[in-house]
Design a protein around this ligand. Structure first.
Ligand SMILES: C[S@@+](CC[C@H](N)C(=O)[O-])C[C@H]1O[C@@H](n2cnc3c(N)ncnc32)[C@H](O)[C@@H]1O
Length: 228
């Protein structure tokens, strides 16, 4: 495993609450809470649909940003030993858990914050995923645009940027989903109060071509590609 550590950076927007929550203890329960319960009962988007989206867009030179436990990577039918796979996250706990889980794929590991420019930290990739990361970030559309710029900058020309994010508006249909989302936003675990399908589309269209967005429950599945 090739483990790169970054210099500490001090982004203008405080992104720490969105990644510090992922302690080794929480990561043990993460898959059950998020992919076993919340997707279905709070956000009304089946985990199988998210996996399908991931497998549809990831290719043999792929970078996953915001790795969590490596859930989609581990279950992916597309990723195979011998291909190139990168893991990028601000939180070293997540990188350690995900890297161990997909050890068989010999991942390149990069500790970096989406708020910073990291394109020179690795050779460019052909696909980049942001699965359930954007809703963890604070800030407005301008910060979202900056983050998408950073993620797209590490792609090859014609490369695919894709992912899924939980929208703040319209609010989840169920009472429990609305309560949990409000509480996560209060704690800074989510920062998605201003996120709508149309704000996401505007942000993506500034940087990517052929933008597609599909909304399933509260989740927007998105993809687009960089210019050739
Ligand atoms: C909700 S988890 C998603 C994990 C995984 N992609 C999944 O769908 O199961 C969010 C991930 O994004 C990472 N993250 C949050 N804010 C970040 C930031 N500013 N820069 C880089 N990674 C960040 C967290 O550390 C965590 O690994």
């Amino acid at each position: 495993m090739n483990y790169q550590m970054s210099e500490t950076s001090f982004p203008a927007v405080d992104t720490e609450p969105g990644h510090r929550a992922y302690t080794p203890g929480l990561l043990k329960w993460y898959d059950l809470i998020v992919h076993g319960f919340s997707n279905r009962w709070l956000w009304h988007c089946p985990t199988a649909r998210l996996q399908e989206w991931f497998d549809q867009h990831a290719n043999e030179n792929h970078l996953d940003i915001g790795v969590g436990t490596g859930f989609f990577l581990d279950r992916s039918k597309r990723l195979k030993p011998g291909q190139r796979i990168g893991l990028l996250d601000a939180n070293p706990n997540c990188l350690a858990v995900a890297a161990k889980r997909i050890e068989r794929l010999n991942p390149e590991v990069i500790q970096a914050n989406l708020a910073e420019d990291f394109h020179d930290r690795a050779d460019p990739f052909q696909s980049v995923s942001l699965m359930y990361v954007l809703h963890c970030l604070p800030g407005d559309v301008d910060f979202r645009s900056q983050v998408i710029d950073h993620a797209a900058a590490i792609l090859l020309p014609g490369g695919t940027l894709f992912g899924a994010t939980i929208l703040g508006e319209p609010k989840p249909k169920g009472w429990l989903g609305r309560r949990v989302m409000a509480s996560y936003n209060q704690k800074g675990i989510f920062g998605n109060q201003q996120d709508t399908q149309s704000s996401l589309e505007d942000v993506l269209a500034k940087v990517l071509q052929d933008v597609q967005i599909e909304q399933v429950g509260s989740v927007a599945l998105f993809a687009g590609r960089t210019a050739t």
